[in-house]
Write a new protein. Structure first.
Length: 230
């Protein structure tokens, strides 16, 4: 500072503008910026599709530089993975996998279905994106869709195996039953995205209740079939 004054030059290292730029740089690397990036990504992926959205598009939407995005994420693929993680799917599946076989099987399946419908409906826009992009052949979307289904199947299978151990399910049936249950819930939800089972203007609470009411008899039918074949 003293040398700058002696030479008659301003001390740019401690000027208000320099201090502001340093603060801005730190902000671009903080959690707030990471969330800005994720919000902008979801918005653009939903509007344009995953393949047609560039990192530069996301940076422009978030009001930051490309470099700021790459500070937080190595690629668009990693961005999509982060979107999956922040929606609460993984933590919900971890909770499901830890579920014990304390309640009656029928009650557990109904509870599981309601929980799945709730979190799927909370993330309707994101799941619509993954499903539609995956159906369109986008590899990144297909990978994330497959990843979620695989984790869901593993979690539910682990719960159903506990009912096998109690004699409430036929031996070696857990994985097959889990796939039938997941397919039933998933197909019902996907049809709701197309306007079936619920009215288009239904509120979230009513929509979720309607989907649960539709799924429950189907799950009961699966259990009845198991009972008849055991």
């Amino acid at each position: 500072m003293l040398s700058s004054v002696v030479e008659g030059k301003p001390d740019v290292t401690s000027s208000p503008r320099t201090t502001h730029l340093r603060a801005a740089k730190r902000t671009r690397r903080g959690p707030h910026t990471r969330q800005q990036i994720l919000d902008a990504s979801l918005r653009l992926f939903s509007e344009r599709g995953f393949a047609r959205t560039t990192v530069r598009d996301i940076a422009r939407q978030a009001g930051i530089t490309d470099a700021a995005i790459y500070y937080h994420f190595d690629s668009k693929q990693e961005l999509l993975e982060a979107l999956v993680e922040e929606r609460g799917f993984l933590s919900s599946l971890q909770n499901l996998a830890r579920l014990q076989a304390d309640a009656p099987l029928k009650e557990t399946l109904h509870w599981t279905a309601r929980g799945a419908i709730n979190i799927m409906d909370q993330n309707r826009d994101f799941l619509r994106l993954i499903i539609m992009e995956g159906l369109g052949g986008d590899e990144a979307a297909l990978e994330q869709y497959g990843r979620l289904l695989g984790l869901w199947e593993d979690a539910l299978t682990s719960v159903l195996r506990r009912y096998e151990d109690k004699g409430e399910l036929p031996q070696n049936s857990a994985a097959t039953v889990a796939r039938h249950i997941i397919y039933t819930i998933l197909m019902t939800f996907q049809e709701s995205l197309l306007g079936r089972h619920v009215s288009p203007g239904a509120q979230a609470e009513d929509r979720r209740a309607a989907l649960s009411e539709f799924v429950t008899p189907a799950l009961d039918h699966i259990l009845q079939g198991l009972a008849q074949n055991s």
